[in-house]
Each structure stands twice: as structure tokens, then as C-alpha cells.
Ligand binder design. Structure first.
Ligand SMILES: NC(=O)c1ccc[n+]([C@@H]2O[C@H](COP(=O)([O-])OP(=O)(O)OC[C@H]3O[C@@H](n4cnc5c(N)ncnc54)[C@H](O)[C@@H]3O)[C@@H](O)[C@H]2O)c1
Ligand SMILES: O=C[C@H](O)CS(=O)(=O)O
Length: 476
């Protein structure tokens, strides 16, 4: 696959644009070539998106937007295996996980198709206010216009769709800057959306690095909303750049998962195994800090350690592979350094802790201290820390002692405790008897503290791509 950027339905390439190879994170094979767009491409893309918003999208009825999205979902379903193989190739995602991502992406488009036809406002009970008698009032939502979308490498299809399908459902147009490590699936998706009926220029994609392209994109006067998913430092910098524009930030975390002595340990262990190590832990809600009540601490480890040790590491193309490569060797080296640093300060590596090229073996660390990076920062690697606790108060304080707050998991069979803790955890979402890593694509999703700003989840992302206008009538 050789791609450029997509502006007004035309793939722009050549004319001095730099070529970059996309290589498999597993074996280094060339998977495709991308030509980086320029600042002028950003200018063209935003101008196009602005024109198409006013000339075309504003006139397109909701039922038509819904139909186009439905067609896109059908088309993605028909090409699901091709997309899964591309995700596997460009991101090194094990093929079973890649299929899972495509399955979710199809659902995202279907949710967006339904939401495109949902109510876009509400009637206000005007006479609740003194002076509101004989008035009719309603709040109606309108698309903001041009949306700038910036996306990460780890779910290069689904997280792109959380922005593109929702913007289209809302009636907005988009300029997308996908992760430079995984631009191929984004471009294949853009073509699919155009074939399904997106008007030319409703979706524009400019490929290249964030450093080069994001500042001119998010500061462009015609851009009305910036939606970013990625790492915290970059996200908060983008918010500063974006100034008065609406901003959504979906950032990282070091997700806590709390296991009480009345929990079903088998379910907890299976859930941690999946939630801590899928896609080599490269998910923002990956299980990272596992707090276990003292009397079940050793029994939990006795069950978990052998299962983690037997995860199958290797070629993401194989159906049997559980753990593939990390996205780059640099990312794997960083994880290895954090593990070594913790060990040098007294932490115990119960299993894993080794690196071979881009692959970090699935790792469990105990005897950690709060200040260790593997505890207090986002590890974003196949690594969990297991920490004992005694009381509910103690574990709530420990879980909340974090700069982040995206999702949490709590395992207990005591319904009162479950709700008590759900109220007290400082996170955007809490699961009971499920790990932090689970997300269905229609729930409100987004972090507090340094984990982000605003919500995604199809309906919620659409809301954030609209402005509410009050319209009132005085009855004469
Ligand atoms: N909360 C969520 O929904 C969510 C989902 C997925 C990933 N994430 C987070 O994303 C991170 C991993 O993804 P990543 O490595 O692709 O993130 P990243 O921040 O490096 O890159 C994300 C996007 O930002 C751009 N970018 C990078 N550096 C930039 C800069 N200096 N200026 C402007 N733009 C820049 C990249 O080109 C890319 O498009 C993790 O921290 C993870 O937790 C969060
Ligand atoms: O990496 C973080 C993502 O939000 C995980 S998911 O794709 O939404 O499940």
C-alpha cells in the first residue's frame, strides 16, 4: 500500500512530499509507504472541510447521513478480515485482537448511524421561570462545523472511527491527522467511507508527524473543535494551542483494579489476564495496579502467575499468539528500564521482565513502592504490579493516589461495598466484577484528572460536536 493524504476526495502525493516506510513492528518487513503531507496540505484540507460543511453537509438530511453510515458499516463488515490483517501488519496487533478491534469498529459505525437520527434537542418548560408564561422554548443542537481529529497508534481503526463516524452523524466535516506509525488503516477506512457515500471533502486526511502538522491544524481559525486521543503531555499541549475551540482529550492512565477477599478469584484472574496483557498492555485502560486484599493476595498470585507465564509470545499473524511486539523497540526499552529500575529499588519480578527486540515478556511485579514508575506512571506495556491491602479505606486512598483517573475495576460479591467504592473512586468509569480494560463503544468514556477532558462513546462524542442554541417564542 502506498498512500498520500486525502483532500477533497483526491489522494495527494508526489511533488516533493517525503516518503516514509511503515514497517511491521514484529519483523521489520515493509508493510506500506506513506507520503507526508505539508502545512499547505493542512490549509487545503481545512478550507475544503469548511466549504463542504457549508455547501453540502448543512443541507444533508439526517436520514441520509444515517444511511451512509449504515452502508459503511456493512462494507466494513464485508472487508473485516482485510482490515484485521492490515491492523496486524502495521501495529503488530495479534490477529485475534485485530479482529476484535474491527468488530468493535463496525458497531461504532452502527451506533453512529442510529444516533444520526436521534433527537437533537429538548423542549424547555418555559413557565418554570417567573416571566416565562406564554412562551415556548426549545434547545436545539447544531453541528459545530470543522472538526480536527488527531489519533494514536494503538487502536488505529476503532479510535479513528470514534471521531469520524460521530462527526458525520453530527453533520460536521473533519480533517484527520492519524498516528504516523499506523496511517494505512486510517487511509483504507477513509476510502471506504467515501465509497459508502461521504461527500468528497467531508473527510480529509493529512498524514505526517504531529510535530509538523498538529499546530497548524488545531490553531486554524476555521477549525471549531479539536478531538485528540493520545498521550497526556501531547494532549495538554494541544489544549493550550487550541485556545477558544471546543476540546476533547482522551489520554492515558495507570488503571487500578481492586480485588476483595469475597471476590470470585477465578473470574478476577481471567479478567486480569486479559485486561493486563492484551495487545501487550498498549491500551489506555490496561490493568496496571492490582490491589489485592491480604487474605487472598497469595491465592490470587498462585493462580495468576502460571497463567501469565504460559501466555504465548510471538508472531501476531498466528492465531495462537497472545503477546506480540510493542509498537517500537524504543517503547520496549522504556518498559524494560522501568522494570529494572523498580527491581533495583527492591521490587520483585515474579514472572517476565525480559525484552527481546520489540517484545517484552508479560510481567508481574510485587513489593513495589508508590513512587516507582511502574506504579505511579502509565506503563503502557505487558506489565502489572500486584499490591496487598487490608482495609477498604486504605485501598480507596491508594487507588485515588494517582495523577490519572480513566477507568477502574472492583471485584467483590458485596453489593453495598461495590456501590460505596464506585462512588468514591476518582475515575471517569468504574466496573464491578470486571477489569478497567473493558469498554463497550456506546458508554460515556473519558477520564478525569490528567486522563482527559470531555467524553467519547458515540452519543457523547456527537453531543460534543454540536452547539446548543436556544430558540424561544412569545405567544402573541
Ligand atoms: N483515553 C483514551 O481513549 C486513549 C485511547 C488510546 C490511547 N490513549 C493514549 O495514547 C497514548 C499512546 O498513543 P500514542 O503513542 O500514539 O500517543 P501520542 O501522543 O504519541 O500520539 C498521538 C497523536 O499525537 C500526535 N503527536 C505526537 N507528538 C506530538 C507533538 N509533540 N505535537 C503534536 N502532536 C503530536 C501523533 O502524531 C499522533 O497522531 C497512551 O498514553 C495511551 O494511554 C488514550
Ligand atoms: O487505549 C485506550 C482505548 O480507549 C482502549 S479502547 O479501544 O477504547 O478499548
Amino acid at each position: 500500500m502506498h498512500i498520500g493524504s486525502l483532500i477533497n476526495g483526491i489522494e495527494v502525493r508526489g511533488e516533493g512530499r517525503e516518503e516514509h516506510e511503515i514497517r511491521s513492528p514484529y519483523n521489520g518487513e515493509v508493510v506500506g509507504v506513506v507520503e507526508y503531507g505539508t502545512r499547505e496540505d493542512i490549509e487545503q484540507a481545512v478550507q475544503t472541510a469548511y466549504r463542504v460543511f457549508h455547501e453540502t453537509m448543512k443541507k444533508m438530511p439526517a436520514y441520509r447521513r444515517s444511511e451512509i453510515l449504515r452502508k459503511a458499516a456493512d462494507s466494513l463488515e464485508a472487508q473485516a478480515e482485510d482490515f484485521a490483517r492490515l491492523l496486524m501488519a502495521e501495529a503488530g496487533k495479534p490477529i485475534r485482537d485485530a479482529r476484535g478491534e474491527v468488530g468493535r469498529a463496525i458497531q461504532v459505525i452502527r451506533f453512529a448511524s442510529e444516533e444520526a437520527k436521534a433527537n437533537d434537542g429538548e423542549l424547555i418548560k418555559m413557565d418554570s421561570a417567573i416571566g416565562g408564561e406564554n412562551r415556548i422554548g426549545f434547545a436545539k443542537r447544531y453541528p459545530v462545523g470543522v472538526v480536527a481529529a488527531i489519533t494514536p497508534f494503538n487502536f488505529p481503526l476503532n479510535l479513528v472511527l470514534h471521531k469520524l463516524a460521530t462527526a458525520f452523524a453530527a453533520g460536521c466535516t473533519v480533517v484527520l491527522k492519524p498516528a504516523e506509525k499506523t496511517p494505512l488503516s486510517a487511509m483504507k477506512l477513509a476510502r471506504l467511507l467515501e465509497e459508502a457515500g461521504y461527500p468528497k471533502g467531508a473527510l480529509n486526511v493529512v498524514n505526517g508527524t504531529g510535530v509538523d502538522l498538529v499546530e497548524p491544524l488545531v490553531t486554524h481559525p476555521l477549525v471549531k473543535k479539536v478531538t485528540f486521543t493520545g498521550s497526556g503531555p501531547v494532549g495538554w499541549k494541544i489544549k493550550e494551542m487550541a485556545g477558544p475551540r471546543k476540546v476533547t482529550l482522551e489520554l492515558g492512565s495507570n488503571s487500578p483494579n481492586l480485588i476483595f477477599n469475597d471476590a470470585n478469584l477465578d473470574i478476577a484472574v481471567e479478567s486480569i489476564l486479559k485486561g493486563g496483557f492484551t495487545f501487550a498492555g498498549q491500551a489506555c485502560i490496561s490493568v496496571q495496579r492490582v490491589y489485592v486484599q491480604k487474605d487472598v493476595y497469595q491465592p490470587l498470585l498462585d493462580r495468576l502467575v502460571p497463567k501469565v507465564a504460559s501466555l504465548r509470545i510471538g508472531d501476531p499473524a498466528l492465531e495462537s499468539t497472545d503477546i506480540g511486539p510493542m509498537i517500537t523497540e524504543q517503547a520496549a526499552i522504556r518498559a524494560e528500564e522501568w522494570i529494572r529500575e523498580a527491581a533495583s529499588e527492591g521490587a520483585t519480578i515474579l514472572v517476565g521482565g525480559e525484552r527481546n527486540g520489540n517484545i517484552v515478556s508479560p510481567t508481574i511485579i510485587t513489593d513495589t513502592k508508590h513512587h516507582m514508575k511502574v506504579v505511579c506512571q502509565e506503563v503502557f506495556a505487558p506489565l502489572i504490579t500486584v499490591i496487598p491491602f487490608e482495609t477498604e479505606e486504605e485501598v480507596i486512598a491508594a487507588a485515588n493516589d494517582s495523577d490519572y483517573g480513566l477507568q477502574a475495576g472492583v471485584f467483590t460479591s458485596d453489593i453495598n461495598r461495590a456501590f460505596r467504592i464506585a462512588e468514591l473512586l476518582e475515575t471517569g468509569g468504574v466496573w464491578i466484577n470486571e477489569v478497567s480494560t473493558v469498554r463497550t463503544d456506546h458508554i460515556p468514556y473519558g477520564g478525569v484528572k490528567l486522563s482527559g477532558l470531555g467524553k467519547e462513546g458515540v452519543k457523547y462524542a456527537i453531543e460534543d460536536m454540536t452547539e446548543t442554541k436556544f430558540i424561544g417564542v412569545r405567544l402573541l
